[in-house]
Design a protein around this ligand. Sequence first.
Ligand code: ADP
Length: 750
Amino acid sequence: MEQEFGNGWAEGVHPDDFDFCLQIYVSAFDKREPFEMDYRLKNKFGEYRWIRDFGRPFYDLDETFLGYIGSCYDITNNKEKELQLIEAKEKAEDSEEKFKTIFNMSQSLICIADINTSKFKFINPTFEKILGYRQEELLNKPFFDFIHPDDIKPTKEVVEKKLQAGIAVQTFENRYLCKNGNYCWLNWNSYPVPEKGVTYAIAHDITKLKKNEKELKEKNEEYEAINEEYKQTNEELFNAKNRLEESEKQLKRAQQTAKTGNWIWYIQENKLWWSDEMYNIFEIDKNTFTGKLDEVIEKAIHPEDKQAVEQSNYSVMVNNKPIPVEYRINTNGGQQKYVLGLADKITLDRNGKSKLLTGIVKDITDYKLTQKELIAAKEKAEESDRLKSAFLQNLSHEIRTPLNAICGFSGRLNKSNLSEEKRNSFVSIIQNSSNQLLSIISHVLTISALETNQEKVYIDKVCINNIIVDLLAIFKQQTVNQNISLYAKQPLNDKQSEIYTDKTKTTQILSNLISNAMKFTHEGFIEFGYNLKDNELEFYVKDSGIGIKVELQEKIFERFGQADLSINRKYGGTGLGLAISKGFTELLGGKIWVNSEIDKGSTFYFTIPYKPVNEVDKAKTDNSEKLVNKKPVILVAEDEEFNFLYIEELLIDFDYKLIHAKDGQETVDIFKTNPDISLILMDIKMPIMDGHTAAKLIKEIKPDLQIIAQSAYALEHEIEKYSGIFDDYLTKPITEDILIEKVNKYMINK
Ligand code: ADP
C-alpha cells in the first residue's frame, strides 16, 4: 500500500461505505468466494482515499474461518474520473429522455436542418399537426421550398446577418406553405451550430396572432381614416369659424367706417339686439344695455323726434314700407348727435304674427354739422353780398352828397353879383365837401390795401402823449359845439410814453374811434386815453352815446358792417372805419374790441405792444403803475359818473392820481387795499352804503385820514350832523375854485 492508513480499519472506513463493506464481507464469507470492492478509507492525514480491495475468506485445514486475506490499492484518481463518467452518462441518458419527450410532446414545431443544404434532418410531430405534411414529405427537403416566396429573401437576410454577427439566437417570422395550400405564420427561434453543420430551430404558430394583428391594423387604419375625416371636418369647421369671425370683423370695421349700426327688434319678446356700432353711436355701455325699445326711445331720442321714429317703424310693420327718418339722439356721453334711421324689414312667424323688425342707424352728425356750416357760409356770403350792395348804395350816397355840394357851389362861384360873404361861405362849403370826399376815397383805398396785404407799417419813435394831446385839440372844439365833455388821460409821463410804433396808424385808429363816439353821442361825455398793462398799451375811447346791441358788437368790425340800416340812414357812413381800425390794430400786433350797452354808451379798446424807446426807460416804466402811484392819491366816492368826471376835469392840471369808487362799500374796500390814499372826497347819498357810514368805518381804522364830504345837503343842521366824522364839507354844485382850494389845503405836503 502506498498510503499509510490509521490503525483501526473500522474507524478509517467512510461512514457512508461502512455498511456496504460489511455486506461484501458477509457475502464473501457465506459464499466462500473472493471479493472485490471499492470504498473510502481515511489515511493518517485524515484524508479519505478510494481503495480497491481484492480479497477472500481465509480458512484453516479443518475449514474453520480465520479471517480475510487480500490486497488493497489506492485508486482515488481513477475512481473520481469513473464517478464523473457515470454521472455524465446518467445525465446524458436523462436529458436525451427529456429531449425526446419535449421533442415529441411540444406544441411548438421543432426541427434540425442542415446548415448548408437547408434540408430538414429531424422534425417533430407538431409539423404534421400544424402544416399537415407527413414526416417523409418534409425530411431531406430544403425548408426554403415551403416558405412564402415574399418571405424567402427577408428570412435569408436575417439568418445570414445574425450568423455573421455571431448572434446565437436568430428570431424571425415567415409564412409556411401548409399541405392544404394555405399559409401559416410561424415565429422562429433558430440556433445554428456551424461546427456540427446543423441548425436547431423552434417555431410557434402565430397565424391567429397575425390575423388579429391584421384585423387590428385594418381597424386601426379604419380609425385613422375616420380620425382623418374627423380632423378634416374639424379643420373645415375651424376654417369656417375663422372665416365667419373674419367676416364679422370686416362687417364691424365696415360699420365703424360707415358709422352705421344695425338692429333687430324681437317683437314678441320686446327685446332689442344691437351691433357693436350701435353702442358706439349711442355711447351706451353694452353691459348696461337693457334691450328695451321703449327705454331707448324714451331716454335717447330727442323728444321732438320720437314721433317720427315711431312712425317710421310703424310704416314698415303695417305697410311694409320703409321710410328713412332723420332724428337727434342724446348720447350717454351728453352729446347730441344726428342720425339717419331706417326700419327696413318685418318678418312674420308661422301664424302671421310680427316676429322681427330689422333696421339700421347711421351717424350723420359730421355731415349735418358740415351742412350747417355750409348753410352758415352761404348765409354769410349772402349777407356779405347784401352788405356790399348796401355799401355801394351808401358809397354812392356818401360820394354824391359832397360832390353835389362841390359841383353846385363851384357853379355858383362864377356869379358876378355874388357877395364877398357868400363867396367865402361857398368856398368853405366846397373845401369841407372836398375833404369829406377825400376821406371817403381814402377809406376805400385803405380797406382795399388792407385786403390785398399791401398796407405797410412804418415803425418809428412815437410819443403817445403827443398823439393824445393833438387829438384832444382837434376834437375839443367840435365837442364843445355838440355840448359834450371830452376828456383825455395819459397815465405815463412823456418820456415813458415814447415807444416804437406806427404813428399814423395809431393816430388814425384813435381818431376813427373818437369820430364814431362823437357821431353816436348826443349828450354826456367822451373820454379817451390809454393804460399800460403788462407789455401792452391798452387804448380806450369811452362815450355815453347810443350804445351797440350785443349781437352786433362783433359784426361792426367787419367790412361794410353797420349796426343796422336805420343807423346808416340816420348817421350816414360807409361801415369801413372800424374794419380799417381792426386791420391797422392787427398790423401793429394788437387786438380791438368793444364793451357796450344800449342807451348807456360804449367803450372801444385796442392794444399795441409797449416797446419803450430805450431799456432804461423800460425798466422804469415796467413799474409804471407804481410810478403813477407815486402821485398823491385822492379817492373820490361818487355814484354819478359825470360828477366824478367833473371833479377829475377840475383837478386835471394837478399832479394827483384819482381813484373812483361808486358806492360806500367800494370806498371802504378800495381804502383797505390802497394804503397810499391821502384824501377822500366822499359823497353822502350813495347806493349800498352811504358816505357817512363808510367814513365812520374808515376813521375807525385810520382816524387821521382826512375825508371831505361833498353833498347836495346844504342846510346848516345837516352839515352839522356830519361834522363829527368829516374834516370838511363841499356843497354841490361844486365850484372849481372851492374844490381846488379845499383839496390843495389838505394835500399840501403829501
Ligand atoms: P361808419 O362809417 O358807418 O360809422 P364804422 O366802421 O366806423 O362805419 O362803424 C360801424 C358801425 O358801428 C356804425 O355804423 C355804428 O352802427 C357802429 N358804431 C361804431 N362806433 C359806435 C359808437 N361809438 N357808438 C355806437 N355805435 C357805434
